[in-house]
Design a protein around this ligand. Structure first.
Ligand code: PFF
Length: 528
């Protein structure tokens, strides 16, 4: 299979495609509003810590697994180690215990979910994790990511046609509310926008990895950076912009709580696209001469740089115009058009900004669809076009239902009743249900189990062997020697005890799983 496998054309193309996956709505929309809500600079510092201490080790782990197996996530777990181990059976049994507890409380839906997962772990072992990774999580996320993509598309259209020339908060709210709430009589626009976004994503995937994703990312990622630079320049030249800079770069630790630290950790997974099989899938398209540790650090740095650039583009404008930074998820959609309105050439700034967000959303959506498509091509031996013909209509259907129930269930009262009974939620929309399901359940669980697998089943020894191929030997050299610049690369024998590979192995075995578990428990509300 490996001779036929498509590979990245160049290291630059691979890095741009990975950055394209990582850089998305998370960096611009989500990063800016949670940074605004958590006090700015101190949160940014903690976020940087999370990226380096947890994000980079997990990303390196997923890339290494993908390249070692040269295969989709399901086969990766099948190829790299024993299909079943004591650990996978224990996980299965624990899931069954959870299922019984849910049953005793009369929560049939969750009981069924845990029973299926438990039985699958006991019967198929780690391959279950591959299926969760390779198909369930990315499709689940894409279904609602496409809805936000649709909103962005509408905002691009509205900015081009001058409909974002709003002057008051009430006017800005009046523009946004119908898009999200899809009231009777206004559902066609959001629906068409969601479909257009999904179909564009499908066309890029249909064209293929090198011609499609790689070429698309190589052109659009640098363009996105350029657009952000233009916006930063505009923001920084405004009077009062320095308040925004102070908010972003002068730490005020009194604003920080345990909750914001865990929010930073959860956002790091989301932003780096971890726990969704994408990194494994993209790693499988890599040739053995790629320097994995170097690529990982570059990708994480690029993703973080774009988040910081987005912050730099947004907060100086917000402060210069006298708006509050903690307005929540509506920050970019409501506040920025209002803020831009007070600048000369407001329509141009609106267009530049929302086009940048749209590009970021598209490159991420492309990566979400590529994983399941690659999996089905390899496992079912179908052509890409056939997989897309089956998958895309189903996805579009689900996305349309989420679009129509993204504010409340007024379009589908029966569906609302069903969802609320099934998921035991009393409030929120279908959009919220998907968001919570993905970010608080699927991603942390997948990250945690992958770390257990890599750290304790496949084993750091094998992982480090794979990592050495294409890397210079820096991974085996003492950190102190590397930092002081007096190193001679150690390529033979035991690694130095304080070398990056030893530190990494320690992280993936102990530190990272504990931190992921904390983030997961926080998502469940244990610390509230
Ligand atoms: N990392 C993307 C963002 O920050 O918007 C979101 C995302 C894309 C998550 C692709 C997961 C993924 F597989």
């Amino acid at each position: 299979m490996s001779e036929k496998k498509e590979h990245w054309g160049s290291s630059f193309g691979f890095i741009m495609a990975m950055a394209g996956s990582a850089v998305g709505l998370g960096n611009i929309w989500r990063f800016s509003f949670i940074t605004g809500q958590n006090g700015g600079s101190a949160f940014l510092l903690v976020y940087l810590g999370c990226v380096f201490l947890v994000g980079i080790p997990i990303m390196l782990c997923e890339l290494t697994m993908g390249r070692a197996a040269q295969s989709n996530p399901v086969r990766t777990f099948h190829k790299l180690g024993p299909e079943r181990s004591n650990l996978s059976s224990t996980i299965g049994v624990l899931a069954l215990v959870c299922a019984i507890s849910f049953l005793s409380f009369g929560h049939f839906f969750y009981a069924a979910l845990f029973a299926i997962a438990g039985a699958s772990f006991i019967t198929f072992g780690w391959v279950t994790l591959g299926v969760l990774y390779g198909a369930i999580t990315p499709l689940f996320i894409l279904a609602y990511y496409g809805v936000v993509g649709g909103w962005t598309l509408i905002y691009v259209w509205k900015s081009v046609t001058g409909q974002l020339n709003v002057h008051t908060v009430a006017e800005a709210t009046a523009v946004m509310t119908p898009i999200i709430m899809t009231p009777k009589g206004y559902w066609a626009t959001p629906l068409i926008a969601t479909l257009a976004f999904m179909l564009t994503t499908a066309v890029i995937i249909w064209i293929g990895v090198q011609k499609g994703i790689e070429r698309f990312s190589k052109i659009f990622m640098p363009l996105l950076a350029l657009l952000l630079v233009v916006l930063i320049f505009r923001g920084l030249t405004l009077e009062g912009a320095s308040k925004g800079l102070r908010f972003l770069f002068v730490p005020d630790f009194s604003q920080l709580s345990g909750r914001s630290c865990l929010a930073a950790l959860g956002h790091a997974f989301y932003s780096l696209s971890l726990g969704m099989g994408i990194t494994i899938t993209y790693g499988a398209y890599l040739k053995r001469d790629n320097n994995l540790p170097r690529s990982t650090v570059i990708i994480a740095l690029l993703d973080t740089l774009v988040s910081v650039m987005a912050g730099l583009a947004i907060f100086p404008v917000v402060f210069a115009m006298g708006f509050a930074p903690d307005s929540g998820p509506s920050l970019i959609f409501k506040v920025l058009p209002l803020a831009f309105q007070k600048l000369p050439l407001s329509t141009v700034w609106n267009i530049i900004f929302f086009v940048a967000v749209l590009i970021a959303a598209l490159t991420s959506a492309v990566s979400l669809l590529e994983g399941p498509v690659c999996l089905m091509v390899e496992e079912l031996k179908w052509k890409r076009s056939r997989v897309l013909l089956v998958l895309v209509p189903i996805l579009c259907f689900v996305s349309c239902v989420i679009t129509l129930a993204s504010g409340d269930y007024s379009n589908f009262p029966k569906l609302g009743e069903f969802i609320q009974k099934t998921f035991l939620t009393t409030q929120g929309s279908l959009f919220d249900t998907f968001d919570t399901g993905a970010c608080q359940w699927l991603i942390p669980i997948a990250c945690f189990l992958t770390l257990l697998y890599a750290g304790w089943v496949w084993g750091p020894k094998e992982a480090v062997k794979e990592m050495r191929s294409g890397s210079t030997g820096a991974m085996d050299t003492h950190c102190w020697h590397l930092l002081s610049g007096v190193h001679e690369y150690n390529v033979t024998g035991d690694p130095s005890p304080l070398s990056p590979c030893v530190i990494w192995a320690f992280f993936i075995r102990f530190i990272s799983p504990i931190l992921v578990l904390l983030a997961f428990l926080d998502g469940l509300g244990v610390f509230r």
